[in-house]
Design a protein around this ligand. Structure first.
Ligand SMILES: Nc1ncnc2c1ncn2[C@@H]1O[C@H](COP(=O)(O)OP(=O)(O)OP(=O)(O)O)[C@@H](O)[C@H]1O
Ligand SMILES: O=P(O)(O)O[C@@H]1O[C@H]([C@H](O)CO)[C@@H](O)[C@H](O)[C@@H]1O
Length: 164
């Protein structure tokens, strides 16, 4: 798949909503998840693969750099938003990526109206942003178990320690 086709997965919210409506019209089950995904690691990949299995299409909400900075602190992200989006777009089981600049994906989830909302098991189901929106339309909100020993923070700490 040429790079250009990876980039075509990265769309604006309005386009994503249009695609989701089309897929749902064809009885496809659309899964939504979101995150910062700074320095992609094995936990992310296994998590996204399992999220994708919960439906037939996977839409990923990706925090912009300024959003990540507000959530994870002034030294983050390490990897810029365009690079994070392209790396994620290379994953065959990711169908669409939408950048969002808010602190939470609430407005994006309201716009795209997915069938399934997924986060990692570090979140309680009822605390997941968008829970109300997805449940209201009869969708499901689920968590995916953690792959122990993998986090971006741990990678950063390991590099910082090794380079001391
Ligand atoms: N080891 C893991 N196993 C399964 N899911 C994970 C793992 N690490 C992160 N996730 C999930 O991936 C998504 C993105 O998480 P995030 O980008 O915060 O990863 P992270 O490695 O925890 O980052 P940080 O260390 O900077 O907090 C979230 O839904 C999170 O639950
Ligand atoms: O990569 P993270 O930190 O797991 O992603 C965050 O998830 C938050 C979650 O959806 C809250 O229920 C979200 O609000 C935040 O914007 C990040 O995407």
């Amino acid at each position: 798949m040429a790079l250009i086709s990876f980039k075509s997965k990265i769309v604006e919210a309005a386009k994503a909503a249009e695609m989701v409506q089309q897929w749902q019209g064809e009885h496809e089950r659309v899964v939504f998840t979101n995150g910062c995904f700074d320095i992609l690691h094995r936990g992310h990949v296994e998590y996204l693969a399992k999220a994708a299995e919960k439906g037939s299409r996977l839409l990923l909400g990706l925090n912009t750099d300024s959003s990540v900075r507000r959530i994870k602190g002034p030294t983050r992200p390490i990897v810029d938003q365009e690079s994070r989006a392209i790396v994620l777009a290379a994953l065959g089981f990711v169908d669409l990526i939408v950048l969002f600049d808010e602190d939470t994906p609430y407005e994006l989830i309201k716009t795209v109206q997915p069938d399934v909302l997924v986060k990692g098991a570090d979140y309680k189901v009822e605390d997941i942003v968008g829970y109300d929106i997805v449940c209201e339309r009869g969708g499901s909100v689920e968590t995916i178990s953690f792959v122990d020993g993998f986090s971006t923070t741990q990678i950063i700490d390991k590099i910082a320690h090794e380079l001391k």
